[in-house]
Design a protein around this ligand. Structure first.
Ligand SMILES: C[S@@+](CC[C@H](N)C(=O)[O-])C[C@H]1O[C@@H](n2cnc3c(N)ncnc32)[C@H](O)[C@@H]1O
Length: 222
């Protein structure tokens, strides 16, 4: 499946819009990651990568957007931690050096990827046998809150696909995919990953979905 880079043309807007945002997964992940090899998949400009590196991890950040990776590298120049940032498509493993990761993270990005099965196959492939995969996304079972952060297209929950409002927020400027919960869960298990735990952080309606996964004992798919 072809992958469309969408963030490069919106990079200036995105950097400004998110400049005060922290990474949602920061609180969910271990405080100490010393000696762990961690992949921040679809890392954007490295908001979570920097936190992981500060916790002692050896971090690789991969993103499709050349402009966001350039910004991540600039930010690293003023920070002590060394992170390896790569421009690459998460639906392939062309960027991978073959050394397995103890932890793969995806912070608010699976709804941005075009080829979900391809990305999850990559995750399964690069994970160490004892590795973990943690992702967070907008909870797909709720319609969102207004024009800035709507989750569902006009056709409602069952209408899957990439869509944009053309108005505010990431949905309006960049667009994103809507997929049903079953699509995400079946894609994760179909890629040879077992879901250990699902978390819905407290909110009036659950706006986020976090999942902690590990490789199946069976052979990787692909
Ligand atoms: C909403 S941003 C989140 C960025 C980052 N994880 C964060 O939390 O700040 C989604 C990111 O996914 C990236 N992305 C989308 N499809 C991708 C793909 N196939 N491979 C790598 N990165 C991809 C985009 O370029 C964008 O940086």
């Amino acid at each position: 499946m072809a992958t469309t880079p969408r963030y490069d043309s919106q990079a200036d807007w995105y950097l400004d819009y998110t400049r005060n945002w922290g990474a949602i997964l920061s609180d969910h992940l271990p405080q100490s990651l010393t000696g762990r090899r961690v992949l921040d998949l679809c890392c954007g400009y490295g908001t979570l990568s920097r936190t992981l590196a500060e916790r002692g991890a050896d971090v690789v950040g991969v993103d499709l957007s050349i402009r966001l990776i350039e910004r991540a590298r600039q930010l690293q120049e003023s920070a002590p931690a060394v992170i390896s940032y790569l421009v690459g498509d998460a639906a392939t493993t062309d960027w991978w050096d073959g050394r397995p990761f103890d932890l793969v993270i995806s912070n608010m990005a699976l709804m941005d990827v075009d080829d979900l099965d391809g990305v999850l196959t990559s995750v399964r492939r690069v994970l160490a046998p004892s590795g973990r995969f943690t992702f967070v996304l907008f909870h797909p079972c709720f319609p969102g809150d207004g024009r800035a952060r709507p989750s569902w297209p006009d056709g409602g929950y069952s209408q899957e696909g990439w869509w944009t409002t053309g108005e505010e927020g990431v949905r309006g400027h960049v667009g994103a995919h809507h997929r049903m919960l079953s699509t995400y869960l079946n894609a994760v298990t179909g890629a040879g990953l077992t879901i250990d735990r699902v978390t819905e952080p407290p909110a009036p309606v659950p706006t986020l979905l976090i999942a902690d996964c590990r490789p199946d004992r069976s052979e990787p798919v692909g």
